[in-house]
Design a protein around this ligand. Sequence first.
Ligand code: GDP
Ligand code: MG
Length: 423
Amino acid sequence: MANKPHMNLIFIGHVDHGKSTTVGRILVDTGSINEQVLKKLKERAAETGLEGQFLAYTMDELKEEQQRGVTIDLSHKKFETQKFYFTIIDAPGHRDFIKNMITGVSQADAAVLVCEAVAGVEPQTKEHIFLARTLGIRQMIVAINKMDRVEYKKESFEKVKKDVTDIMKGIGIDTSKVPFIPIASLPGEGVTKKSDKLSWYTGPCLLEAMDALNAPESLVGLPLRLPIQDVFTITGIGAVPVGRVETGKITVGDNLIFKPANLQGEVKSIEMHHEDMKEAVAGDNIGFSVKNVGKTDIRRGDVAGHTDKPPTVVEDFTAQIVVLNHPTVIAKGYTPVFHAHTAQVACTVSDILEKKDPRTGQTLEKNPAYLKTGDVAVIKCIPLKPMVLETQKEYPPLGRFAIRDMGQTVAAGMVIAITPKVQ
Ligand code: GDP
Ligand code: MG
């Protein structure tokens, strides 16, 4: 894996269109799943009488492992190709899980949209394209799945391709750069190799298209930002905060500061995949320990940085948002919960500065009285509790958020300006 760029790839799309099956197919065909695990998954699937289901189980199995907490490696499934070291994020498609998807997207460099040929475009197909775009994902691949169920017909593929293209163009995506690939993940056609059944198709298979993505800009060169996911107590070590290094690097001996907790200390140890290491870089999921920092001193949502370039606690911030799904309207004074990196903080919308045309980005209306579903706008917000945020431009992973209210995601967006708080 040395010297290969790291690529975080998220699979998005409507529920049941075959995201998990596609991911499973890729992992199995590339030999990225250990034989033992594969056997277990196949047995489990056979028990339920749904043999093909074992592919989807490969991802579920991983989630379970994470839930059992047997490991502090919070990363997702990894595998390598000639060009990249891939981390695959399988996003659940159900509406209620959209927040997880947003958390996933905030870590993703590119997205594969899975849309099945039978049902074609469905509500979450649209929503996920929109979200991925709003949250700053620039590269996309469209996999049109379940081609076996439409007899591998070109016309069925072209119909879905056109519908997806229309949606993408509608929000300003240049579709000339988006590969559209016919696949059938369950029987394994067109995913990791070209398929005879799709002889009319001359483009790359899905894996080839993944390998043709542009390497993401490295976040390693930025100052350190390490949002805390959780803090464990481990015998012999003490408090072990865990999280993903979003930007920069962290080295044993560094002087860290946690914000907003405002606590400082020296890094004593770093661990990844149960191994001690001297240094971790952007993209690594680690556990670490810091001198004089105990379990109750810091919590999920705090962000670690170096003392000479501390994370920014904001007084207020300006953001561009897209309203995804609000039953009524959003007006000044609205105070939903903002989910940014690992933090969840209620923030008041203090101003609605302008409403924008989602296609062109041009101003439609200055100081509108309210926003409704489908609107794109620039708003100003004030967190009710101290919160670390950065602009999306400076620190992409720390400048994106989802807005949740009444048990659902009502909006998503990115931070375009901040006013630092004097602490
Ligand atoms: P997800 O919700 O998008 O993750 O979808 P899953 O991967 O769980 O797949 C949903 C259902 O579609 C499962 O029963 C799969 O076996 C089935 N499926 C997935 N891909 C294909 C395919 O290429 N052909 C057929 N016929 N069924 C598929
Ligand atoms: Mg799934």
